[in-house]
Design a protein around this ligand. Sequence first.
Ligand code: GLY
Length: 298
Amino acid sequence: MGWCIIATWKFSLAGITAAAKLVGEGGSSLDAVEMVARYVEDDPSVESVGYGAIPNVDGEIELDAAIMEGDTLSIGAVMCVKGYRNPVSIARRVLEDTPHNILVGRGAEDFAARKGFEKTMLLNCQSIEKWLEKKAEAGERLKKGLDYKVPMGHDTVGIVSLDTLGKMASATSTSGTGMKLGGRVGDSPLVGSGFYVDSYVGGAAATGVGEDIMRCCTCFYAVELMREGYSPGEAAELAVKKTHKRLLEKRGRVGNIAIVCADNKGNFGGACNHQGFEYAAASHNCPPRVYMVTPIDG
Ligand code: GLY
């Protein structure tokens, strides 16, 4: 039986390499996608996920994460979580230990504490420096939440995996856009927008401007395209194209959007509407490596 694992951005390569070994040796997709997200959450050089991320406008790091299991469509997601380094693992506990799909803010933090997660400092010198820099740039306007401009892009980690038993899973983790308003949630923990997976078909995970991705439920759409017979690469491209076109038509502008897709045979692909998007992937017949994606014709 084939297997694969794919994740957004080059910064996922270390996690993909470790998770490829896990899943290649018979480990589960759910463990594999959680493992990749945790690698990135723990990496202080990644400014958009987990520890050391760029804080919100109030100088706090608020994290969102989700995990989905493709056999049963079980979901666990947490939003606006402060003080916990690995929100993807809290999301997994929501999936496995509760009858709910989503916990938010204080409720998610209390749940994490009850589950034995250790509270920790997420800010480091680098994130504080970035915050001071951005705050100075934005001045009083941003501080007051007035005339808030959504940035053009955001580098979320989004992962899809197929294991040797044919089970699929997906996960995301993000700190959201730097200098976001407190309480803001993007696409990443929203099922169908930032992620979706169905083991009968395949899965998708997104990165980019959450406000735009959620307007078109881009990941659900990509999975439905695979259900209709499109390959992961074709589904990714069509889903990004449709999202891009619809937003330009209706709003006159669109932010950076990219998705990765994998199907239930171990094929994978990605698409984006901007320069510079890369993903990391591995499968039963491809060793772990980074792939550069050519943007769609806008
Ligand atoms: N795509 C991540 C976010 O907008 O929060």
